[in-house]
Design a protein around this ligand. Structure first.
Ligand code: VGL
Ligand code: ZN
Length: 201
C-alpha cells in the first residue's frame, strides 16, 4: 500500500509568504495530479506558537538565517512563519485537499523545531504519523512539498529510518538553498531513499 505525504504546502512557504520558497507554487499542479495514484494521502502542517525558538524575532541581535546552538542541535533562525491559526499557516487555496485523510501538525513545542513530519528535531516527540501509516498497512511512502532541503528532506529521511520504502519526488518540491539541497539529495541517496519524478510513479 502506497501513501503520499504532502509536506507543508502552506501559504507562508509560497510566493508572497513569510518564508517563501522560490518557485514553490510550481509544485501545485504536480502534487494535485498525482494524488489519485495513492491508497492514502496525508499532509503535514508547520504550526508554531509566536514565541517559537526558531524565530529570529525572539532573540536580541539575531536576524533570519543566522544559525545558533539550540540544545544539541544547530538551529537556523527563520522569519516568523506558520503561526498557529494564521492565514500563512493555512494550506494553499490551490492545493487539492479533499483526499487528505489526516493532517499532522508539528513545531508546536516552542523549545524545539520539527522539520520532519514524523519527529521533533531532537527525536524526543513523535507526531503519530508513523503509527498511523503502519495502522493503514502502508509499506511505501512518497514525499513531496516544501521545502526540499528542510521539511521534505527530513521527512523522507525519517520515513526510510522507520522502515518504509521511501521515494522523494524531485519535481514535486522546491528548495530554499541550493547547497543544502545538494547535500540533502546526496544524503538521501546514501540512505537508500529513491529519487523519482512524478511521471515514474
Ligand atoms: C520549514 C523552515 C522552517 C519547511 C519549516 O517546511 O521546510 N522550513 N520551518
Ligand atoms: Zn517552521
Amino acid at each position: 500500500m502506497k501513501a503520499l505525504i504532502l509536506v507543508d504546502i502552506q501559504n507562508d512557504f509560497l510566493p508572497g509568504g513569510a518564508l517563501a520558497v522560490p518557485f514553490g507554487n510550481e509544485i501545485l499542479p504536480v502534487v494535485n495530479t498525482i494524488q489519485n495514484k495513492f491508497d492514502l494521502v496525508v499532509a503535514s502542517q508547520d504550526w508554531h506558537p509566536e514565541d517559537h525558538a526558531s524565530f529570529a524575532s525572539n532573540y536580541k541581535n539575531k536576524v533570519p538565517f543566522d544559525v545558533i546552538s539550540l540544545g544539541e542541535t544547530q538551529q537556523v533562525l527563520w522569519p516568523d512563519h506558520c503561526i498557529q491559526g494564521s492565514d500563512g499557516a493555512a494550506f494553499s487555496k490551490d492545493l487539492k485537499t479533499e483526499n487528505i485523510s489526516a493532517i499532522f501538525r508539528k513545531g508546536m513545542n516552542k523549545n524545539i523545531d520539527s522539520y520532519s513530519a514524523f519527529f521533533d528535531n531532537d527525536y524526543s516527540q513523535h507526531t503519530g504519523l508513523e503509527a498511523y501509516l503502519k495502522s493503514m498497512d502502508i509499506t511505501d511512502v512518497y514525499v513531496c512539498g516544501l521545502a526540499a532541503d528542510y521539511c521534505v528532506y527530513f521527512t523522507a529521511k525519517d520515513a526510510k529510518q522507520t522502515g518504509f520504502n521511501t521515494y522523494y519526488i524531485t519535481d514535486a518540491t522546491r528548495y530554499i538553498d541550493e547547497d543544502s539541497f545538494k547535500s540533502a539529495l546526496k544524503d538521501l541517496k546514501e540512505n537508500g531513499v529513491h529519487l523519482v519524478t512524478s511521471v515514474e510513479i
